[in-house]
Ligand binder design. Structure first.
Ligand code: 0X9
Ligand code: ZN
Length: 418
């Protein structure tokens, strides 16, 4: 007992504490104000953390500020007449209020989709859900992380004659975006449970093979449970730097190292020493390229902002892809179906123009290198009230609406490819 208490204390003592940290919503109104925010970002790297990138006046930028810088930052913003508001007043109290009671944790056949789950529980879920639907689902390990963790995947295949076109979805590429793995698990079980029950789902699963990875950045995700709830990147060691981790969503080979990716190991958008330096990204992509299937859909689920984003991610300046109209049409169907469930509004469009440019991202790789026509990055709930700290009571509603969205997208693809 004594040892247990001691262990619990050690775990708490070594965790990063966000007491008094505020999340500020900053709304730059012009290029000058944007430039100022970018200077601030570069100069205060490591002291304040940007939850979203200050690259457009179309959307706000959310920043996490520790107590001792709050007065100074607000003074600076006031001096530059940049509009801001306090989105979360005390980040730690939100984190604390979301701590789950371990007695309530339900896994196995009773897996509780309404709570967030640890790395171990998610990987075990892959075994359980595929065992429960073994006629059409199998589990396999798609890759291994830097720290040696297994990254498990679900394959859904209802059989039939010949090789089918395929769909790939992944969650959890950014560690702190907890609603992403939770949603990917929810939509996966919903598809599996509705095969042979809902005629749309039956048609969809009969038309395509599915490969689904609920949690890709497993080291980072584990770290958010034990040490730092706000961790984003992988946990790899960067030679010559005390800062750990690479942004896996800047580490894909397509247009690696361009706009919106940092060369600094301490940055949250660090691109890594080279493309595919991260085994989580290298492993999953090489699996897909060697799967001997024609992929028509690639979705990388993130949070937050409620966006359904298509290529290009790497720049806002390039001519949009030839498939642009089809990307829009299918995305419109997805977000309309999504809104019909709980009224949640999403915006869709090409990533770099709708949000900001980011090179070396998953969706461009999915579109160009993998050749999946319907390649998207989806930013799930919310629009910033809780940001990455989305309360667990929103997991099921997020799952329900996202399930309708992906069904609408898949129906669109069934029509197109039949
Ligand atoms: O910056 C990212 O990797 C994604 N946003 S997040 O807050 N989840 O980190 C967005 C990637 C989408 N692509 C572009 N914005 N170009
Ligand atoms: Zn993300």
């Amino acid at each position: 007992m004594k040892t247990l208490i001691l262990l619990a204390l050690v775990a708490v003592a070594s965790a990063v504490c966000y007491d008094g940290y505020q999340a500020l919503r900053v709304e730059p109104a012009n290029e000058l104000q944007l430039d100022f925010l970018n200077t601030l970002k570069n100069e205060l790297e490591g002291k304040i953390s940007f939850w979203s990138q200050p690259r457009t006046t179309k959307r706000p930028t959310d920043i996490l500020v520790q107590p001792r810088f709050q007065d100074d930052i607000k003074e600076l913003l006031d001096a530059k007449q940049i509009k801001y508001s306090v989105m979360i007043d005390d980040v730690q109290s939100v984190i604390d209020s979301q701590a789950r009671s371990e007695d309530d944790v339900k896994i196995g056949a009773d897996f509780d989709y309404s709570m967030y789950h640890t790395y171990e529980e998610i990987q075990a879920w892959v075994f359980e859900i595929t065992a429960a639907h073994s006629a059409i689902a199998q589990q396999f390990q798609i890759a291994t992380s830097t720290e040696g963790r297994a990254i498990n995947a679900v394959k859904i295949s209802t059989g039939g004659i010949g090789t089918k076109k395929a769909v790939y979805w992944q969650g959890g590429i950014h560690a702190r975006e907890w609603v992403s793995p939770a949603t990917v698990m929810f939509i996966t079980k919903s598809l599996l449970e509705n095969y042979g029950v809902d005629s749309d789902v039956t048609e969809i699963l009969d038309a395509f093979d599915f490969y689904i990875v609920p949690s890709l950045n497993v080291d980072g995700y584990s770290y958010t449970w034990t040490r730092d709830r706000m961790w984003r990147k992988t946990r790899s060691v960067n030679s010559g730097s005390a800062c750990r981790g690479v942004d896996p969503n800047r580490n894909y080979e397509y247009e690696w190292g361009g706009e919106g990716a940092s060369t600094s190991a301490c940055s949250d958008t660090y691109r890594g020493p080279n493309a595919f330096s991260e085994p989580e990204v290298a492993g999953t992509t090489s699996f897909l390229l060697n799967a001997n299937q024609e992929f028509v859909c690639f979705i990388d689920f993130h949070s937050y902002s409620q966006l359904w984003l298509a290529p290009w991610s790497f720049t806002a300046r390039a001519i949009l892809p030839l498939d642009k109209d089809d990307h829009d049409e299918a995305a419109a169907k997805a977000v309309n179906a999504l809104a019909s469930v709980h009224g949640t509004d999403y915006i869709y469009g090409p990533s770099a123009r709708t949000l900001y440019a980011a090179s070396g991202c998953s969706e461009d790789w999915g579109y160009v290198t993998l050749g999946a026509k319907y390649s998207y990055v989806v930013e799930l709930r919310d629009t910033g009230r809780y940001g990455f700290l989305l309360p667990a009571n929103q997991i099921i509603p997020t799952g329900e609406e996202t399930y309708e969205a992906v069904k609408a997208l898949c129906k669109h693809m069934v029509e197109e490819y039949k």
